[in-house]
Design a protein around this ligand. Structure first.
Ligand SMILES: [Zn+2]
Length: 164
């Protein structure tokens, strides 16, 4: 087996978070925040369970990391997320002054780290974010693909049941 780099190792932890979301019937997206080689915040998508559009993996992890450090600024932290962040989460990352973000796969339908917008490199903002794309991208993508395939199969079965 190929040896994982440090960044891949943390992305694996984010993927573990995404798998928790999957098991709970949520779109599998996970996030961890690292400070001095330690994970200080974890989060996975809980939008359905919390019935909240705010319950994204990144926001949950940011909340926890801020609590752990006792500071709203996460200036010396790195954030790992399995899917390119949306406009809300990219905004929160800029607000939290996180300097470095590692992203799994791209999100052409909602991504704001380059796909639709690039909120991490707006010169007029007082903070820019260093980004690395494609960390264990295949694994993140495969998990999402599997989730939506199962979802479609499931809704197809329900349709068939209700129509007979
Ligand atoms: Zn988001």
């Amino acid at each position: 087996m190929k040896k994982l780099s440090l960044h891949e190792k943390y992305m694996k932890q984010a993927l573990n978070q995404a798998k928790k979301a999957y098991q709970q019937g949520e779109v599998p997206i996970g996030c961890v925040i690292v400070y001095q080689d330690k994970i200080i915040g974890r989060g996975y998508n809980k939008r359905k369970k919390e019935k909240s559009p705010l319950a994204h993996a990144e926001l949950i992890a940011i909340k926890k990391a801020s609590k752990t450090l006792g500071d709203w600024r996460l200036e010396d932290c790195s954030l790992y997320v399995t899917l390119e962040p949306c406009q809300m989460c990219s905004g929160a990352i800029v607000q939290a002054r996180i300097p470095k973000v590692f992203i799994g796969c791209q999100n052409p339908k909602a991504g704001c780290a380059g796909s639709i917008l690039d909120l991490f490199h707006v010169a007029e903002f007082n903070h820019q974010v260093n980004v690395e794309h494609g960390v264990l991208a295949e694994e993140s993508q495969a998990l999402l693909k599997q989730f939506f395939q199962e979802l479609r199969k499931h809704s197809q079965q329900i349709k068939e049941k209700t129509s007979t």
